[in-house]
Design a protein around this ligand. Structure first.
Ligand SMILES: [Zn+2]
Length: 375
């Protein structure tokens, strides 16, 4: 049986390309993980997600524990079979979404109790319970249970929260146990404070994990502050393990993160934007609802090989969005996922060839041109 492992193939500056090996298949890095919140990447069949080039999906512990419940998914054979995706799945710990979605949260040393945002029922997540839920789901990459304060927050709050997360990381590791072929990732915290980030990294490395996430970013601090942390945080984590930036991001966030040494990312943006009529293209964001597209027979992006661009005009995409037809979200989501994966493939190739800087310059120059002129 394949064990979980990570091979680094090439580096270019701080940027890296490699392969994460798992029993359910390889993950090419840098990797973008589409988000399958409720056991589906919204408006997309799993085989379509795979066709865009995704090697791995993310599932949300918080949503799945509430509905349909981890126990039911386990009885039905696990999340892979349940949602018809046989490749790797990473699950988050539930901590971040409890903090952002649940009602009446109560945080103690033991864990978090809260009321479901769906039906008001009471629940508790502890590090031990989070590990149990992620095991019941059958997750390939399990995340430690942590607490993530929204930014800005004062230094004392960031420090005490980070130290609580490090105690929970040790409990997560104990509860995870020895599960060959499955990985447990630690999550670095510490806000925008380099010394707290360093303290967190040391605590995690002492415990020992299969990979490390840079946590506590993309929570309202802005791109400049995020890149400021990424200028030093990845280097505080072991070079021979995957580094995961949680919840990022827009295309330029992703490129900037990879440039700074990040190997994995996830975001709802391609699918969520697809359902609101927003398309990400090489030349920036296109709002398909704008009247300028109503008579435009050209594709969204003439160089894109996705079904939305090869089979349909801007006029059609505009029409089905305006008419509220479901195919609108399906096509734009497919295009957005395809484009995000194309960025990842471009970066992997560029890093392997030692020409990441040239690739990045071209990426920014093409975006700066803006969308094609109206007809
Ligand atoms: Zn396309």
């Amino acid at each position: 049986m394949t064990r979980f492992s990570f091979d680094l193939h090439a580096t270019d500056g701080a940027a890296r390309t490699g392969t994460i090996h798992t029993p359910r298949g390889d993950i090419r890095t840098p990797a973008f993980m589409p988000v399958g919140t409720a056991a589906t990447v919204k408006a997309t069949l799993p085989e379509s997600v795979r066709a865009t080039g995704a090697d791995i999906l993310l599932g949300n512990t918080y949503h799945l524990m509430l509905r349909p419940t981890a126990e039911r998914i386990d009885r039905l054979g696990g999340l892979h079979g349940f949602m018809n995706w046989d490749r790797p799945i990473l699950t988050d710990s539930g901590g971040f979404q409890v903090m952002s979605l649940a009602d009446l949260r109560k945080l103690t040393e033991r864990g978090v109790t809260f009321k479901s945002h769906i039906d008001g029922s009471r629940h508790e997540i502890t590090p031990e319970r989070s590990m149990e839920i992620q095991r019941l789901l059958g997750s390939d990459i399990v995340m430690c249970f942590d607490e993530c304060p929204a930014l800005p927050a004062d230094r004392d709050r960031i420090a005490s929260s980070m130290r609580l997360s490090m105690r929970w990381a040790a409990r997560s590791k104990d509860a995870f146990g020895d599960r060959p072929g499955h990985a447990l990732f630690g999550i670095q915290q510490g806000g925008l404070e380099p010394d707290l980030r360093e303290e967190s990294a040391k605590a995690l490395v002492d415990i020992g994990f299969d990979g490390y996430a840079v946590g506590g970013l993309a929570v309202g601090e802005g791109q400049e502050a995020m890149f400021g942390v990424l200028d030093y945080a990845p280097a505080q984590l072991p070079a021979d393990k995957p580094r995961y930036l949680m919840g990022v991001g827009k295309p330029d966030d992703i490129v900037g993160a990879v440039k700074r040494g990040i190997d994995m990312m996830d975001c709802v943006l391609p699918s969520r934007s697809g359902r609101t009529g927003q398309a990400f293209t090489r030349r920036g964001v296109v709002n398909i609802k704008n009247a300028r597209h109503a008579d435009d027979p050209r594709p969204l992006d003439e160089s894109c090989s996705c079904p939305a661009c090869t089979g349909y005009s801007r006029a059609y995409l505009h029409h089905v969005f305006r008419a509220g037809e479901m195919i609108s979200g399906m096509l734009l989501t497919w295009h957005n996922l395809h484009y995000f994966q194309e960025i990842m493939q471009g970066m992997r190739d560029a890093i392997a060839a030692g020409r990441f800087a040239a690739w990045e310059a071209d990426f920014h120059a093409t975006r700066a041109e803006g969308d094609i002129a109206p007809l």
